[in-house]
Design a protein around this ligand. Structure first.
Ligand code: CA
Ligand code: CA
Ligand code: CA
Length: 374
């Protein structure tokens, strides 16, 4: 499915999409560029490239370069000859795929609007734009307002070729002290493309080969990712195993500590790494916590000893705390030891002798009734 969708995309790209395009652009940056200038020898006025008259620096076009019809060296006069001077561009419009060609340009016009003073544009020999004084009306009127103006003119007819001709002419020398006719930023646009072609079998085969290669690369990457996932899983398993071992060791240490506390309690003194009671730097508080935990997790036996006059385990634990608080650590230890022996849980550790005060050779504290001092 992935290959199919990619292939369709590539086949579409082989065609060319229709799009609006500028097929000719002339900003007159440093010369007349794509225009050919003709100076009729009648009169000194002519078309020429320039960048130094006031119209060149005025806004409204790509400053400063333009072409101008007027008297060279005199920004405010456009001569006295009678011949027609022209600026011509021939544009090949064969690449246009629709009859929607347009000509866009900017101009600054400042002339007498009389029969004798003329500025106009022809496209393929037809007058399409002129100022209001021109002898015959044109479809588009060029504003004679001495400011830069932009106009877009559609071109009639089918694509092929386009002859743009800007014209200037004066038939007298009267009233010609003005800037004349500046032109800039000529752009021919149309729709191009839209004539897509299908891929040949050879092109399709080449594309498929590239896609196969890409899939191979993807497969390699996927394999690498799977290996990384497997390695990660293996590491996690090892970490879990190590954690379980550590937990086991911790449990063993806890058991060993508890066992030692049990032993120390039975003799109310020393065990291999513990010392009771508290007053001499021992661990009576730890022993209290140990027996309390035992008391909450196991049921108290009725009476595991052969001794008599025993209260219950809870009573001995409370008594042990009270005695310890009063500094009577030795007897507090005995109370704890007795409580421990009344509980079932302590009998089940490996190496520990089954219940019974007498079996452990330990003394226990006899209480006829539980009377814990407050
Ligand atoms: Ca001339
Ligand atoms: Ca320009
Ligand atoms: Ca005149």
């Amino acid at each position: 499915m992935r290959r199919l969708s990619l292939l369709v995309g590539v086949l579409m790209l082989l065609g060319t999409a229709a799009m609006a395009a500028d097929i000719f652009t002339e900003p007159f940056t440093s010369s007349a560029g794509g225009f050919t200038l003709y100076n009729n020898p009648s009169g000194a006025e002519q078309w020429y490239w320039l960048n130094s008259c006031p119209a060149n620096t005025a806004g409204g076009h790509s400053t400063p370069g333009t072409i101008r019809w007027g008297a060279v060296g005199n920004c405010t006069n456009y001569g006295s000859g009678s011949g027609i001077d022209t600026a011509t561009a021939n544009v090949n419009t064969a690449s246009c795929t629709a009859a929607d060609i347009t000509v866009k340009f900017s101009y600054l016009l400042n002339m007498q609007e009389t029969y004798y003073d003329r500025a106009w544009l022809t496209i393929n020999g037809t007058n399409v734009a002129c100022h209001a004084g021109y002898p015959t009306a044109c479809p588009y009127v060029l504003s004679n307002n001495n400011t830069w103006t932009t106009v877009t003119i559609p071109v009639a007819g089918s694509p092929g070729s386009l002859a743009l001709v800007f014209n200037g002419q004066t038939l007298d020398s009267i009233g010609n002290s003005a800037q004349g006719f500046h032109v800039d930023d000529v752009i021919v646009s149309c729709t191009t493309g839209g004539t897509g072609t299908c891929a040949s079998p050879q092109q399709v085969a080449a594309i498929e080969a590239k896609m196969d290669a890409a899939e191979d690369v993807l497969g390699t990457i996927e394999s690498g990712v799977n290996q990384i996932i497997a390695l990660t899983g293996n590491l996690e398993a090892k970490a879990d195993s190590a954690e379980a071992k550590l937990d086991g060791l911790a449990d063993q240490i806890d058991d060993q500590t508890a066992f030692q506390i049990d032993q120390a309690l039975l003799v109310c003194g020393c065990s291999p790494s513990l010392y009771l009671p508290e007053a001499r730097g021992g661990m009576q508080a730890m022993a209290l916590a140990h027996v309390r935990a035992m008391h909450t997790s196991v049921a108290a036996s009725a009476d595991p000893d052969e001794a008599v006059d025993l209260a219950d385990a809870d009573c001995y634990i409370k008594l042990a705390q009270t005695l310890a608080n009063g500094g009577r650590h030795k007897v507090a230890c005995m109370a704890l030891s007795t409580a421990m022996q009344l509980l079932d849980g302590h009998t089940e550790r490996p190496g520990y002798h089954p219940r019974g005060v007498e079996d452990q050779g330990s003394e226990h504290l006899c209480l006829a009734t539980c009377e814990v001092p407050q």
